[in-house]
Design a protein around this ligand. Structure first.
Ligand code: CA
Length: 711
């Protein structure tokens, strides 16, 4: 904890001195309140809340860096983070101090001008907790309010820190049921002195909700549930009574229901409405969850709540009867658009399901919806009912086996934030084209247990043939779309070699900044899409970049670090990114001349392989078990995306105590114990499957070497 105490004093003195020298009054660190956020455009040098403004446009009015000089951007400073796992945080920058997070919800405070560490707070989330979430121990950043910094810790705590030194002031456990795998990866937002936070865990059998806590004390102010509880008990409120009428059977009571509020929120101060994005069903399998009947409110919905009381105002459900992991938790942007000659207060979202929605945010009325990527589950959205017209092509419950679902569970767009430029009128959307097969389990032979994703489906099957894998990987493209939300079409787009590229930042300098999966920071002209600047950042850059000023100079910061569900689960499909995990804050400025440390270059060498002893039939069982239990981190078919060790390279020594690793876990490296519910014979079948994959890799490498041209 707080290991930077010495530099903290020095750094803080520097910051205070700088602000004293400035014409404005010196402030305490993180002295942010609602008025400052509402009037954020009066101090464009700060980035005071997650999306910069309550409307979450991620647009900066700063123009010092612009389309004429962006080529002069160089590295101003860099700081390495503790863990080389995925980095998803949006930094908050207030009065010359940057507050950001890395893996395991560790909070870092830096002098935003020099990058000098001021303090660090490690909430000491148990290192083997990763198995209790779908997508690694990531965190999307902090909120600040009246001298405190707020972080949602992966283990479900919401913690308030003193912004001066990073010492905890209060901490609350946000979990409804401590026996279940509730996690937090999202960034809190703060409205009217209340800290708002939801949870993750819909792949692990939880019930979703969002809670408001008093920013001063941590006392709970209100909680809004997103799916009904046990129908044998009275519903919590009228909204839950309404929602309950859209659920059938009682499967969801056993398996949680899902609907977690794990990322997006936006706030309209005039309407005093808080908008939340609600996640997928738990389990995915709609038959087990709700007897295959009903819309299942408020899954996959955008819900408007009274910001002070948490009371329901309206909802729009993007995917009724959700069964494809089609969360509506993706970034929500509020803006004013002129539609058919009328100014409208709109809400925009591009959720996983592949449609771009524009709603009237005063009442939830659908104004338009069009596909922004290929989609096969629905043909279009019927404008009179506001409902999708389903094609049946993705209906894996029709008794005809596995279905290819487009977009896949990774979504046409995931958590990577988009941005809106009021000047161009365009939304800069990090989209992706993915598809995956889903197949239902015949019986609900699963229980929500820790460390194992339980969704009522067989794990997506990925062929092992490297040629086929290569073909699929090449079809999983990333795209930056400059989306016109009025015309509902792309004005320009950029194609990337792989999915999972970064969030975007739009600026008044006619620029769009983005990090890329293949390890670059890039800037395009916001109006034309022309590539104006790029610089290496050594690792996949997924988070939304920010820009700010200190001492009259403009900076642009990228949080860099590869990870999350794409490289972890679908490891074999992520290798076109060609990056290693290396987590770092990288800040640029005009004429910056600091050095980015050279990238990691460790070549993997296949060790001597143990002999394969299992039969084909046994390997089939081993593969099913590996893909069910291990693939969520180590990658499908034992091919890692590079963030977690590739088990095909396991040393003979580790093969010798493999059972010990599986049963004991490797807590200090992030691996939980799998001692429960799996016998030594089964562990040996998993090991044999890994050995078979090592031998396949060896043959593949030999063939590649033989066909390579002579030097
Ligand atoms: Ca999910």
């Amino acid at each position: 904890m707080n290991t930077f105490l010495q530099p903290a004093r020095r750094g803080l003195a520097l910051v205070l001195a700088a602000s004293l020298a400035a014409p404005t009054l010196a402030r305490l660190p993180a002295d942010v309140n609602g008025a400052r956020i509402v009037h954020a455009n009066q101090e464009p040098g700060n980035w005071m809340s997650h999306g910069r403004t309550y409307d979450e446009q991620r647009y900066s009015p700063l123009t010092q860096v612009n389309d004429r000089n962006v080529q002069q951007l160089g590295v101003a400073w860099t700081q390495k983070l503790d863990w080389d796992f995925g980095v998803e945080a949006t930094p908050i920058v207030v009065d010359g101090v940057m507050y950001t997070t890395g893996a395991y919800s560790i909070v870092y405070a830096y002098d935003a001008r020099t990058g000098q560490p001021l303090w660090k707070y490690d909430p000491e989330v148990p290192r083997d907790k990763g198995g209790e979430g779908c997508c690694s121990v990531v965190n999307r950043g902090v909120a600040v309010w009246e001298g405190k910094v707020y972080v949602g810790a992966f283990d479900g705590r919401l913690i308030a820190l003193d912004a001066r030194n990073g010492k905890p002031v209060w901490s609350v456990d946000t979990r409804l049921d401590k026996a279940k795998s509730y996690t937090i990866t999202g960034a809190p937002r703060i409205v009217h002195g209340k800290v708002l936070i939801g949870n993750g865990g819909a792949e692990f059998g939880v019930r979703g909700y969002i809670t408001a806590y008093d920013a001063k004390t941590g006392k709970q102010a209100w909680r809004f549930f997103t799916v009904p509880g046990d129908p044998a008990k009275p519903p919590e409120d009228e909204a839950m009574a309404m929602a309950l009428r859209t659920w059938y059977g009682n499967g969801w009571v056993k398996w949680g229901g899902g609907g977690t509020v794990w990322d997006s929120m936006a706030y309209d101060p005039e309407l005093n409405l808080l908008y939340i994005g609600v996640g997928n069903g738990s389990p995915f399998n709609y038959k087990f969850r709700s007897d295959g009947k009903g819309d299942n409110l408020f899954l996959s919905s955008i819900v408007a709540l009274d910001a002070d009381t948490g009371k329901y105002r309206w909802h729009y459900q993007t995917t009724p009867a959700e069964m494809w992991d089609y969360t509506a938790t993706q970034h929500i942007i509020l803006a004013e658009l002129e539609i058919e000659g009328k100014k409208r207060k709109v809400l925009m979202q591009a959720p996983k399901n592949g449609f771009f929605y524009v709603l009237d945010r005063s009442n939830g009325q659908l104004l338009s919806a069009e596909k922004f990527v290929p989609v096969n589950w629905a043909s279009h959205i019927d404008m009179s009912s506001g409902r999708p017209v389903k094609t049946g092509a993705a209906d894996y419950l029709d008794g005809k086996g596995m279905k290819i679902v487009v977009p896949s569970f990774l979504g046409g767009h995931n958590w990577q934030p988009m941005s809106f430029h009021p000047g161009t009128g365009l939304v800069y959307l990090p989209a992706q084209e993915t598809a995956a097969g889903l197949e239902p389990q015949q019986e609900p032979m699963f229980m929500p247990i820790r460390n194992v994703v339980n969704i009522g489906l067989d794990v997506p099957q990925l062929p092992e043939d490297p040629k086929v894998v290569k073909q699929i990987a090449e079809s999983w493209k990333g795209r930056l779309l400059a989306w016109d939300p009025v015309a509902q079409k792309a004005r320009w787009s950029v194609e990337y070699p792989t999915a999972w590229n970064g969030g975007t930042l739009a600026t008044a300098g006619n620029l769009v900044f983005q990090g890329t999966a293949d390890g670059r920071a890039v800037a395009y002209a916001a109006d034309t899409g022309k590539l104006l600047w790029q610089a290496p950042v050594n690792s996949g850059a997924m988070a939304g970049p920010v820009t700010y000023t200190v001492g009259g100079e403009q900076y642009v910061t990228f949080m860099v670090g590869w990870g999350g569900s794409f490289p972890n689960i679908t490891g074999p499909l992520s290798l076109n990114a060609k990056v290693k995990p290396e987590s770092r804050v990288v800040t640029f400025k005009l004429g910056g001349s600091a050095q980015l440390p050279p990238p990691r270059h460790e070549a993997a060498v296949l060790p001597p392989l143990p002999p394969l002893k299992a039969s084909e039939a046994e390997l089939k069982i081993g593969r099913t078990m590996f893909n069910g239990l291990c693939a969520n981190c180590h990658g499908l078919n034992a091919v890692s995306g590079g963030v977690v060790p590739d088990l095909r390279y396991l040393s003979p020594e580790k093969h010798g105590y493999f059972l010990g690793i599986v049963y004991g876990g490797r807590t200090e490296r992030g691996m939980p114990s799998f001692a429960k519910g799996i016998g030594p014979e089964q562990v040996e079948l998993i090991r044999q499957y890994i050995i078979s994959r090592s031998h396949a890799l060896k043959a593949e490498l030999a063939a590649a070497a033989a066909s390579a041209p002579a030097p």
